[in-house]
Ligand binder design. Structure first.
Ligand code: NDP
Length: 271
């Protein structure tokens, strides 16, 4: 049997794998200091992009920046609160000065709120969640989308959630669910608006990922077990298993995808 290492087309200049590479691209991730954002930033760098790490506090990016520097990856850091358009604008200017025009923007930053809707404080249990998760995607997409549209190229990847597709059990995440449904539909709307300008917009809908966000909610080991039991693959995702999908959506391998919501959930939404 012929070895996979010596395919018949060996010697051709480009292969399908090249389409997944992001060499020469500038990619920015919000909430890049921890959890999924940190993992996506690393994956984008490994795929060849120069990465702009954006976070509410630049100090929180120190270890991530040091890790990228040690590996020889070109990167920049910037303060960026996604609820504050001025800080987004300043982050974009600073990253573009350091790395060049932004080709890829990943709207990753997000928060959750956990509790019965009827008891929720409207500010913490609704406005803050909607302003951060959906408002943050709007704010960043507006600033970066204008630049991409002017240049006639670029791609935005939004981090949605299975919670934007189904009402997760146990309930008590109404604001989060609504905010992620808004992210999905904002993705579709922006995709249609920006397609004529050559800009693609897609979303990821991850299932459970082992990050602070869910560990905060798994109050007891039994509770965690009950939750994980509902995942056909019987585990939470490692952040790297979601980051690879983010790289795919950002790359030319997804050049005919726009307005898609890519579910990466270990089968959770099937049952
Ligand atoms: P974490 O709680 O580990 O990280 C959240 C990140 O968002 C942090 O970097 C945080 O910054 C940042 N952030 C929060 N608010 C703001 C803001 N106003 N401006 C800028 N950054 C902000 O969560 P995850 O890594 O798990 O979550 C990342 C994304 O993935 C979120 O959008 C989340 O909804 C989504 N997701 C997560 C799932 C999971 O199971 N974990 C499942 C599906 C989707 P700081 O450190 O300053 O607080």
């Amino acid at each position: 049997r012929e070895s996979r290492a010596t395919p018949p087309n060996r010697g051709s200049t480009t292969t399908i794998l090249d389409k997944f590479r992001l060499d020469g691209k500038v990619a920015v991730v919000t909430g890049a200091n921890r959890g999924l954002g940190r993992s996506i930033a690393t994956a984008l760098a490994e795929a060849g992009a120069c990465v702009g790490l954006a976070a509410r506090s630049v100090a929180s990016l120190e270890t991530q920046a040091a890790t990228l520097a040690e590996a020889g990856y070109l990167h920049a850091t910037a303060r960026c609160d996604v609820t504050d358009p001025e800080s987004i604008q300043a982050a974009v200017v600073s990253i573009e000065e350091d790395l060049g025009p932004i080709d890829i923007w990943v709207n990753n930053a997000g928060i959750t709120y956990w509790g019965p809707t009827l008891d929720a404080d409207p500010q913490a249990g609704w406005h803050h969640v909607l302003d951060t998760n959906a408002g943050g995607v709007f704010n960043c997409s507006q600033v970066v989308g204008r630049k991409m549209a002017e240049r006639g190229a670029g791609t935005i990847v939004n981090v949605g959630s299975i919670s934007g597709l189904i009402v997760n059990k146990p309930q008590w995440q109404a604001a989060y669910n609504a905010s992620k449904a808004a992210v999905h539909h904002l993705t579709r709307s922006l995709a249609v608006e920006l397609a004529p300008a050559g800009v693609r917009v897609n979303a990821l809908a991850p299932g459970y990922i082992a990050t602070d966000m869910v560990s905060d909610m798994f109050e007891t080991p039994e509770y965690k077990e009950e939750w994980i039991d509902r995942v056909p693959l019987r585990r939470a995702a490692d952040p790297a298993e979601i980051s690879s999908a983010a790289v795919f959506l950002a790359s030319d391998a997804a050049s005919f995808m726009t307005g898609s919501v890519l579910v990466v959930d270990g089968g959770y939404t099937l049952t």
